[in-house]
Design a protein around this ligand. Sequence first.
Ligand code: PLP
Length: 362
Amino acid sequence: MKAFLSPPYLNGDDERDLVAQAFASNYIAPCGPMVDALEREAAARLGFAGALATVSGTMALELLARALGIGPGDEVIASDLTFIASVAPFVDRGATPVFVDADPATWCMDVGLAARALEAHPRARALVATDLYGQCCDVDALAALCRDRGVRLIVDAAESLGATYRGRPAGKGAWAAVHSLNGNKIVTAGGGGLLLTDDPDLLARCRKLAGQGREPVPWYEHRTLGTHGRLGNVPAAIGLAQFRHLDDALRDKARVWADWLARLPGWATPMPTAPYGVPNRWLTVVTLEGRDPLRAVAALAARGLEARPLWKPMHLQPVFQGAPALLSGVGEALFARGLCLPSGRGLDPVSMEEAVSVLEHL
Ligand SMILES: *Cc1c(COP(=O)(O)O)cnc(C)c1O
């Protein structure tokens, strides 16, 4: 591949320097000062009272499912147009998902349909809304709906690190927000995640659950089952160096987005930008008029350019067959027409020109 969809991007020697520091201190694992610094700096930069660094974004969501005590018989309302990791940790613990379609103006959860889902499923315990492709969901509107009903609002902000909503960082205003530090995201630790919350009790509970549920006593005392979910010090060093360059990453992603828009033909329409926020432009995503996205993916791949279709809606996934869903057809239409373009920070104009020419000759 000449151009991957969203490859990792190293900021000079900064990642290597912090990893070398971790090695020099012998804090290879577990925990350590890089983990503490990452949690402290992430919470401060992203405006939350606390952060927990986890082995993945999926793990951060699993910890929230565990903290909520999600089990068989529970219902969880979730975005339909998302990656499966938004919902799998809850369903895996026994919950029934209730999928809510996307708003055509934002591609994130449709607030009107979310209200109807909450009406129809009064026993729902949580609502998990995804910030799609770096654009924040309408967190104030969703928080108001959830507050009225005692439902916990979780924002899956795995794709929106650095994005803002009404001037606030992604997910602020929710019970908890989750970021991913996976290799394909805007900031990476190689693999990892962040759980952010303003609720100190929740943070302490998740920290304990991530450490096998161990009680804070000198011997191994367990009153609850946990898991092994905390990030190690070496990946945290990579993540910390990356996180300190978040503004550079945002600037580069905005440039890639603008460069694509300047080149794309009229039949490729960019994902709409919601008036309430500033997306992080993690991926440049378009819908195609009169062209088949799967043919585009294959034609681009033949030239070493990686593109992908959009997330396939959850209600179309065989594993969720029969799950309740409030659908408007928006997610299905976007899936049928959408294309994610190569969006790496180092993407060169030559590759863009080549991709546009491939698309024009489909
Ligand atoms: C990447 C992603 C996740 C999962 O993050 P990992 O760190 O890979 O576990 C969850 N939800 C969404 C929407 C994502 O894009």
